[in-house]
Design a protein around this ligand. Structure first.
Ligand code: EZ4
Ligand code: CO
Length: 403
């Protein structure tokens, strides 16, 4: 028995906003959980402070599963990104505490390492195909074995995944949503050319990935997947919106390019049909937005029965606390596939000192007990919350589209 004495939410903006839950037990052991929901941060902060924390005080921090069920079943209102990010934060913090009490890195509590390290992919991007290839060559130089390619589209002033600052792409770029323009036709012409050039420049061994970011219809996605087949992409991500899971059947009928989806999924129910009918190859649900380590393990076990591997979301809006949690999970889970890795800025890393490290294209969570991440609260306090939104997208005729 190790009673929860206190819990509080820390909101900080070292370059971008992060919401962190800190739980402390009566024995003085602390645990951290990430609760960041990009562009909707304060909703989760309030959900935790106003509705979750009062129910946590006095509970046994070691009863992780029971607390998970209490917060999920006990809310009556199930699922959704706000609820599941809040539950995730509690879950991560409790696993962190359990690891610290045991004196073991979290991956040891999850069954131990199933592999030596976690293969990650980096984000290469550029305004033109040449710029993107130059960025990809830099990643290869740094040892990356897998690289995501996103290039600007001629005729569109801004494109998802393409940044001014190559190393630190940050889509939540304004205190009110910026307006982007989208043209499927222009986009569909560029991507196969990008992959042809990239395969030629980077050679046969590097894994090449691409994120469509929910912009196509199923039949368009089938076409793009087919166009990319000669260049053997590792995966095509978020080819279509997955609200209607049936959509993926049509894509499957037209291409053997591997499909990845799920960074905005909150629970196993978002992926049930996709997994059961083997309509995808990689499930991208992540610790922070899908109910924590406890629920992500459940999703992965289910996926394993259908040959679906994990490919956790790992953009910069997932704090170093989530990155650490994901790495412990990735190292242990049998059906790991790949981990997304967008480097945080030095400013962010200074607020969240961490034990994980990069080497030879892979990350390792390190051997510190628990998650192996801390928060420097003094530094955090120097970076107050600053409202920031993801962009919105419109078609050339002005109608709203998916970003
Ligand atoms: O747009 O994390 O694969 N990575 C992505 C990200 C998402 C952001 C949204 O907050 O799609 O760049
Ligand atoms: Co994505």
């Amino acid at each position: 028995m190790s009673k929860i004495r206190s819990a509080r939410v820390i909101v900080t903006c070292p370059g971008r906003n992060f919401v962190t839950l800190k739980i402390e037990t009566e024995d003085g052991v602390t645990g951290l959980g990430d609760a960041t929901l990009n562009g909707r941060e304060l909703a989760v902060a309030s959900y935790l402070t106003d509705h979750v924390i009062p129910c946590l005080i006095g509970r046994d921090a070691h009863r992780i599963e029971d607390i998970w069920q209490y917060l999920y079943r006990g809310a009556y209102w199930r699922r959704g990104p706000v609820t599941m990010s809040a539950i995730a934060a509690v879950d991560m913090a409790l696993w962190d505490i359990k690891g610290k009490v045991a004196g073991l890195p979290l991956y040891q509590l999850l069954g131990g390492a199933s592999r030596d390290a976690v293969m990650v992919y980096g984000h290469a991007n550029g305004e033109s195909i040449d710029d993107t290839i130059a960025a990809a060559l830099e990643y290869k130089q740094q040892g990356y074995k897998a690289i995501r390619l996103q290039s600007g589209v001629p005729g569109l002033s801004s494109t998802y995944g393409v940044s001014k600052d190559k190393l630190f792409y940050e889509p939540a770029d304004s205190d009110l949503p910026t307006e982007n323009l989208w043209s499927t036709e222009r986009y569909m012409r560029v991507v196969p050319d990008l992959f042809a050039a990239a395969r030629e420049a980077l050679g046969p061994d590097v894994h090449l990935l691409h994120d469509v970011h929910h912009r196509l219809t199923p039949i368009e996605a089938g076409r793009l997947g087919k166009d990319l087949e000669p260049y053997r992409p590792f995966w095509m991500e978020d080819a279509v919106v997955a609200d209607n899971q049936d959509s993926f059947r049509l894509i499957r009928q037209h291409t053997t390019t591997r499909l990845a989806v799920g960074e905005i999924f909150n629970s196993v129910w978002d992926a049930k049909q996709l997994i059961q009918e083997q309509l995808i190859d990689y499930i991208r649900a992540t610790v922070v937005h899908a109910g924590g380590i406890t629920h992500l393990r459940r999703i992965a076990s289910f996926a394993d029965m259908y040959n679906v591997r994990t490919g956790c979301h790992g953009a910069t809006d997932l704090s170093p606390v989530t990155m650490a949690a994901a790495l412990h999970f990735d190292l242990s889970v049998p059906n790991f596939g790949i981990q997304e890795y967008m480097r945080h800025t030095d400013e962010t890393d200074a607020v969240f000192p961490h034990a994980y490290s990069f080497k030879d294209g892979s990350l390792h969570p390190g051997e510190a007990p628990g998650l192996g991440v801390d928060i420097d609260e003094e530094r955090a306090a120097r970076h107050p919350y600053s409202r920031a939104y993801l962009p919105v997208n419109r078609l050339e005729d002005g109608s709203m589209f998916n970003w």
